[in-house]
Design a protein around this ligand. Structure first.
Ligand code: ADP
Ligand code: MG
Ligand code: ZN
Length: 511
């Protein structure tokens, strides 16, 4: 007998209909063959499905079983087809009857017949809505991902056994109640509050500018000066994710398996801090069926790269495209995939390999050669794409000890108010312009229109460019940062004092 079960695959961030055909033939040599899947995945799926069926109290047919996943030209590695394959076998061998309305079955089986947390349920739900597929059967652990999509029935499945029991009408599985997205949005507490950070007034100001305009920043300072703290506090001063942003981020988190069991929409601004040993594929994205990397997981949030010079040259080079375009393009024989990657880069580094160069209290133990080699990595094209460069000196220990009173210091929530106000101005400015949300997203043609400098400001910038031999790219980036500084004052004009502040964050380290 032949059974047809529907499921989904994905290419990039797009889910695609998959048809799982299962044929169980009494005639012929008993076996279990699969076509349309990568060979290693076949081996694993076969074992899981066979064992799960046996351990659930059903009969694994002694027959010639052929499974075909169509269309054949899509990459179909992965374990999400366990459930549709198992359901196909059970139907084709007469042990269950599938619903007459089109339904998606999706999920990885464990050997005992339970359903495991499976990547991509959110994308499956989006596809179901688009294709008007009424029912989706997905692992309970990730069913909530689908609960925010209105107009489909989401059935949270615990095990093969409970699903069969449901389909036979013995014991119904309650479908999930849909959750209104608006109810999920709202305040999220930041992990670190700016009021916990002593001193570092200039760094805090710089972070505020970065959060407002969506710029990138490089923090240089000795170990323990608070660079990590400042970075982790960043998401707390950024505006809440809008519903649209939240859906974008949720897709990326769902397909990479980053939504924890039971959770639904991602509502917190992403903060990602990959280690410098992270592979290039891990950082940028890739592999045969391309998956988003850390730069995309940081989309709409913060990408914190600590010990920046320790990242491989290849990784640093590869950051250029997302920093310029807000997305990454991955080319494969099977085609090209684009993932969004519009993040705020916060890069941090010690001034030298040992960390203490220029520190009045510690001795630097590095050789000139080591220092040169280290600083060389911090020059050139990648640094050119970072708008603000900042020294973060160590805060006096006595001051840290004495200053226990965080009440006088400004809270993240208050800084956030100014950031939100600055963002509102930008929203109005860029209304209707595709792909431009904040000042950092402006292309040169937008700069001419939206970021005119006053004559005095213009003169100041020109002088600085000549004096410090700044690149054209730096020139344009400085204008964008000046635009943001003016926005924080709600000033329509960009004045010389705005440019002067922007320059401060740029020439301090370079010269
Ligand atoms: N400015 C500061 N205010 C309050 N605590 C600080 C400050 N700087 C450092 N610390 C303390 O030192 C620890 C290390 O700071 P961290 O941010 O990890 O430094 P870095 O990343 O620059 O090496 C923090 O967890 C915090 O307890
Ligand atoms: Mg640190
Ligand atoms: Zn040193």
């Amino acid at each position: 007998m032949l059974a047809k079960v529907f499921s989904a695959s994905n290419y990039g961030l797009k889910a695609i209909d998959i048809e799982v055909e299962v044929n169980v033939a009494e005639k012929g040599f008993p076996g279990f063959g699969m076509v349309g899947m990568a060979s290693k995945a076949v081996e694993e799926a076969r074992e899981r499905v066979r064992t799960a069926i046996n351990n659930s109290g059903f009969e694994f047919p002694v027959a010639k079983i052929t499974v075909n996943l169509a269309p054949a030209d899509l990459p179909k590695e992965g374990s999400r087809y366990d459930l549709p394959i198992a359901m196909g076998i059970l139907e084709a061998s007469g042990q269950v009857e599938l619903p007459s309305e089109k339904s998606y079955f999706y999920g990885e089986l464990s050997l005992d017949g339970g359903l495991r947390h499976t990547k991509g349920v959110f994308l499956l739900a989006v596809l179901a809505k688009e294709k008007r597929v009424k029912n989706i059967f997905v692992p309970r652990l990730c069913a909530n991902e689908a609960s925010v999509i209105q107009g489909i029935n989401v059935y949270p499945v615990d095990s093969l056994k409970s699903l069969v029991s449901h389909l036979k009408g013995n014991r119904k599985i309650d479908k999930l109640l849909t959750v209104k997205r608006q109810e999920l949005m709202g305040q999220i507490r930041p992990e670190f509050d700016f009021s916990e950070i002593v001193g570092q007034e200039q760094a805090k100001r710089a972070m505020e500018i970065v959060a407002t305009g969506g710029h990138n920043i490089f923090l240089m300072g000795p170990p323990g000066s608070g660079k990590t703290m400042l970075s982790r506090a960043m998401p707390g001063i950024m505006p809440d994710l809008s519903e649209k942003e939240s859906l974008e981020v949720t897709k990326i988190f769902s397909i990479t398996g980053n939504i924890p069991a039971g959770a639904s929409l991602v509502r917190k601004r992403p903060f990602r801090s990959p280690h410098h040993t992270t592979s290039m594929v891990g950082l940028i994205g890739g592999s045969s069926n391309p998956k988003p990397g850390e730069v995309s997981l940081a989309h709409r949030g913060v990408l914190f790269l600590d010990e920046f010079p320790e990242f491989s040259r290849g990784s640093l080079e590869a950051l250029r495209q997302p920093l310029e375009d807000g997305r990454v393009t991955i080319s494969r024989a099977s085609g090209t995939v684009t993932f969004p990657a519009n993040f705020i880069l916060v890069a941090a580094a010690n001034p030298c390999p040992c960390g203490f160069m220029g520190d009045p209290k510690h001795e630097c133990k590095c050789s000139i050669y080591q220092i040169n080699r280290y600083q060389k990595k911090l020059s050139g094209p990648i640094m050119d794409r970072i708008d603000l460069h900042l020294n973060v000196p160590a805060v006096d220990v006595n001051k840290l000890m004495a200053d226990k009173n965080s009440r006088q210091r400004e809270k993240s929530a208050d800084i956030k108010k100014r950031v939100v106000a600055g963002r509102k101005i930008q929203q109005k400015r860029f209304d209707g312009i595709d792909g431009v949300f904040c000042n950092a997203d402006m292309k040169n043609r937008h700069i001419k229109k939206f970021a005119m400098l006053s004559p005095k400001a213009n003169l100041l910038l020109k002088q600085a460019v000549n004096k410090y031999a700044l690149s054209t790219r730096t020139y344009f980036r400085l204008i964008k940062v000046s635009r943001t500084i003016a926005d924080l004052e709600a000033s329509l004009d960009i004045k010389d004092r705005h440019v002067a502040e922007a320059l401060q964050y740029r020439i301090r380290l370079d010269n």
